[in-house]
Design a protein around this ligand. Structure first.
Ligand SMILES: [Zn+2]
Length: 580
């Protein structure tokens, strides 16, 4: 068996001390590799850059020669030794859900950052011992081992990587659903109410269990980091790490963030940790694992996270519709929706979604945002096409039954469409067309038609009240403050500023000769009309330039979703089934 011992004798150094004992060796050399990425976070992060002081020894304690064979791999000459002990340290001072962190307050680690693997032996059971400072405890979803406290067993390397560890003086709140134990492991303090946290988290578990007819895990851990403004979540098979600002829990609008995140990450227990696109497991930990179905992983999950809060009674339907309207506004403000499809966005996540820049909104879309809106449209299309008898829920259950975790996963071509058609029928190619337009293609989403299925209509307008029939003037700049300076953060490709040649990073100085910051600029633009000509004064690098711009017509920046005047019976039924 391969055994790992992870200790933290000097937490203030941010160094984990790792000892790996590998037995049953027969070849003259031993290769070891550290993953370059963590499943769920689709970017190469080269964790090996944090490894230091690597050494290898035989059973007699004699040092063994070794060399790096690539940036992420080591090769040890073991001669005739049947067992080798490898030691190294891992610098851990990056506090995110996907990395590792160690200081005098706690230790949090993702095994992908810390535990090397032996190629060819990732299917073997592994033993892990975590040795913590006096007074600390260890929380993880791994099963306990036979070596007492701090000892754990993973069935294989995938399970190890899928089980982060929290070490310290964390609080542990517990509850059960269907007699399955759940724990909320909290590092940090803020304005949380422990009893409300338990009650609402349990409610989220119950409503998701109801959707999938049972809980698929033997126990589950919510690791919750309360931090200084950071956020994020990373799903695992039997656990999750969620990170929120410590003051997130009040008022209600802010608390929604905790509830949505918790609902989102728990949904991944089914969607991606068990039901998954074919390329996402078994994993190649050294390089990119490409799939055109991240929209199915993250879009579906983003669609259901808040929808299930409504079904759980934790969000009002009116508030849910407000949030859908915000999502629509947000996607419609991105010219990239004409350029990149959901399938392309999924495939290129490794170089685009996780590495946004000032041009991203012009050339790309988020498979979370657009994915969730396409799921809204698909859900309505299925409900309308089946006279309200079936929904996207049925498709998810169909997929979940058809592609168990032990199988090959959802095929890249046609797998999701086949499940929709199995549930709702082929309907003359209605769903095939839907996939071609909205997932493979970049056709503008028809929100109005979709929402009409549930007896709802869109009401577009402007945030600032205008005289009837008049639209605000528009530049199309996104600005940011840098100290005393106002800089252009991004320029929308469909905007007058873009046509006139304003660049990201230009420093805004004046409009028509008058000093401007963002607030003044918005106030002066509000006095102008589409078609007016203005002169922007900018610093580009160190040079002063003047850019004449003809103002355009502002796109709508306000949207509400409201009931139609006289919904018919089917519209009423679909609304009721959808939002209760
Ligand atoms: Zn997600």
């Amino acid at each position: 068996m391969i055994t790992y011992t992870i200790s933290m004798p000097e937490p203030h150094t941010h160094l984990y001390h790792v000892t790996v004992v590998i037995d049953a060796l027969s070849a003259p050399t031993l290769d070891l590799v550290l993953p370059a990425w963590t499943p769920g976070s689709y970017m190469i992060r080269e964790y090996a850059r944090h490894i230091q002081e690597f050494s290898a020894h035989g059973p007699d304690g004699a040092a063994l020669p070794w060399r790096k064979t690539a940036k992420d791999s080591w090769q040890v000459d073991i001669g005739r030794a049947a067992q080798v002990t490898v030691r190294y340290k891992v610098y851990a001072n990056e506090l995110t859900v996907r990395t590792s962190h160690l200081d005098s307050r706690h230790g949090y680690f993702n095994p992908a950052n810390v535990c090397v693997y032996v190629p060819g032996r990732t299917g073997e059971p592994l033993a892990v011992t975590v040795d913590v400072p006096a007074g600390w405890r260890v929380s993880t979803a791994l099963e306990p081992g036979t070596g007492g406290s701090g000892s754990f067993i993973a069935q294989d390397y995938d399970e190890l990587v899928d089980s982060p560890f929290e070490c310290g003086t964390q609080r542990v709140l517990t509850f059960t659903v269907d007699e399955v134990p759940h724990e909320i492991v909290i590092w940090g303090r803020g304005n949380e109410d422990e009893s409300q946290l338990v009650a609402d988290t349990r409610r989220i578990v119950e409503v998701q269990r109801a959707m999938f007819n049972g809980l698929p895990y033997p126990h589950y851990s919510f690791i919750l980091h309360l931090t200084d403004g950071r956020g994020g979540g990373l799903e695992h098979r039997n656990s999750v790490t969620n990170m929120v600002d410590r003051w997130t829990f009040r008022p209600e609008r802010s608390y929604e963030r905790y509830l949505s995140l918790t609902s989102h990450e728990l949904f991944h227990v089914w969607n991606v940790k068990r039901l998954r696109p074919a390329p996402l497991g078994p994993f190649d930990y050294r390089s990119e694992n490409y799939t055109r179905q991240l929209w199915l992983v993250e879009g579906v999950t983003s669609y259901y996270d808040e929808l299930l809060l409504v079904r759980a009674g934790l969000m009002q339907p009116e508030r849910y519709l407000e949030k859908q309207a915000d999502k629509i506004l947000s996607l419609q403000a991105q010219p990239g929706r004409h350029v990149q499809s959901l399938a392309q966005s999924s495939f290129d996540a490794w170089v685009k979604f996780y590495r946004p820049d000032e041009n991203s909104a012009n050339t790309s879309i988020s498979y979370y945002l657009k994915g969730s809106l396409v799921c809204l449209l698909l859900d309505m299309e299925i409900r309308r096409g089946t006279n309200g008898s079936r929904s996207l829920d049925d498709v998810l259950r169909e997929l979940y039954a058809s592609y168990p975790i032990s199988g090959p996963g959802i095929p890249e071509d046609g797998g999701a469409l086949a499940a929709v058609e199995a549930v709702a029928g082929t309907q003359g190619g209605r769903f095939r067309d839907f996939f071609a337009r909205y997932i493979v293609g970049t056709t503008e989403l028809d929100y109005a038609s979709a929402l009409a299925a549930a007896g709802l209509e869109l009401r577009w307008g402007y945030r600032q009240p205008r005289a009837i029939g008049s639209a605000p003037a528009w530049l199309g700049l996104q600005l940011k403050r840098q100290g005393e300076r106002t800089l252009v953060a991004a320029v929308r490709a469909d905007s007058p500023a873009y046509a006139a040649g304003v660049y990201a990073d230009d420093e805004l100085l004046a409009l028509d000769g008058w000093r401007m910051d963002e607030e003044r600029l918005n106030a002066r633009l509000a006095e102008r009309a589409p078609g007016d000509r203005v002169r922007l004064s900018l610093f580009r690098s160190d040079a002063l330039i003047e850019v004449p711009v003809t103002l355009g017509t502002s796109p709508y920046d306000s949207l509400s979703i409201a009931p139609v005047a006289a919904p018919d019976d089917l519209q009423r039924q679909i609304f009721r089934d959808w939002l209760g």
